[in-house]
Each structure stands twice: as C-alpha cells, then as structure tokens.
Write a protein that binds this ligand. Structure first.
Ligand code: COA
Length: 147
C-alpha cells in the first residue's frame, strides 16, 4: 500500500498525468484506504493493516516514524481550510478522528477512538471525545475518586 502511495506521489511530483490518480484508486480498492498522492508523508510511517478504513485529507501532513492505526480519519472540518499536521513519532490509536486545523506535537499519543479538535502538546497522551490529556483528566477528577 505504501509503495503504491510513494509511487503515486513521485509521479505526481514529475507532473505525470492520470497515473497518480489511478494508483490512488488502486489503493482505495485493494486496501480501503484513502491516501491521496498530495499528502506529505514522512519516512518510516506505519499504517496498521495496510491502512484499512483510514482516510487522510489531501493536504494533511504526517511526520516521520508515526504509527497510524486502522480506521483513523485525518481530515478537515466544515468552514475551516486548514487540516491536521501530525508531527514526528506520533502514535494514533485505532479509530481516532483528528479533524480541522490541529497540530499534533512530536511524540504525542492519541488514544483509540479519540476525537481530536485541538492541538496536542508534544509528548502528551490524549483520549476521549473530545480528546483531553490523560494527565489533565486525572488532575481534574473529583476528590475521593481514585484513578
Ligand atoms: C491511549 C493509550 C495509549 C493509553 O494507554 P496507557 O497510558 O497505558 O493508559 P491507561 O490504560 O493506564 O489508561 C489511563 C486512563 O485513560 C483511559 N483511557 C485509556 N485509553 C483510552 C481511550 N482510548 N479512550 C478513552 N479513555 C481511555 C483509561 O480508562 C484510564 O482512565 P482512568 O485513569 O480514569 O482509569 C491506550 O489506551 C490506547 O488507546 N492505545 C491504542 C490501542 C490501539 O489503537 N491499538 C491498535 C489496535 S488495532
């Protein structure tokens, strides 16, 4: 899947018509992944299960050494032009949704099934919908509630 994407991105950079779009469609049919050739993808990125059910916006940026679980959406939000920028070494759990003009800092972790609508600080872990950092959620837990 990634090789097909890399080839489509390369052909697009050289201005080859139609073929990048054809390769994009091959990925979509074979692996149920939407990964347009215009996506800026770093090195050594892992798409779990060959990107099964994952959708990445055409203008999204994904850094190097990231792990992207299955069924992840990295996409836009209505009325907002900017789309997510994922830093290096980011882990994105299965089914997470990262939407709109958000930046995910280097080394951050996005929990499975999270809905991320705001920036995530480098190195932090966020979970839930909308996603909040695990550390803040613990601090804000009512007294007497053990965590
Ligand atoms: C986010 C994650 C990395 C956190 O792991 P962790 O640091 O070991 O955290 P814990 O399991 O100790 O959980 C800490 C708290 O966050 C909650 N939490 C953990 N993951 C959560 C998630 N995805 N959504 C909502 N809450 C979550 C826990 O319930 C716990 O809450 P508590 O403190 O109130 O008890 C992990 O839970 C996760 O989502 N991993 C991704 C798994 C995945 O996608 N695998 C791929 C399958 S194909």
């Amino acid at each position: 899947m990634l090789q097909i994407y890399r080839l489509s991105a390369l052909l697009r950079r050289y201005g080859i018509p139609l073929l990048p779009r054809f390769l994009y469609l091959i990925n979509r049919i074979l692996f149920s992944v939407v990964l347009p050739p215009t996506v800026k993808l770093g090195r050594n990125v892992t798409f779990a299960y060959q990107g099964l059910a994952t959708v990445v916006h055409a203008r999204a940026v994904i850094g190097s050494n990231c792990y992207i679980g299955p069924n992840v959406i990295i996409g836009g939000r209505s009325g907002q032009h900017a789309v997510p920028e994922i830093g290096d070494d980011v882990f994105i759990g299965a089914g997470a949704r990262i939407l709109g003009p958000v930046k995910i800092g280097k080394g951050a972790t996005v929990g499975a099934a999270s809905l991320v609508l705001e920036d995530v600080i480098a190195g932090s872990t966020v979970v839930g919908a909308p996603a909040r950092s695990i550390e803040n959620a613990r601090k804000e837990a009512p007294s007497g509630v053990s965590s």
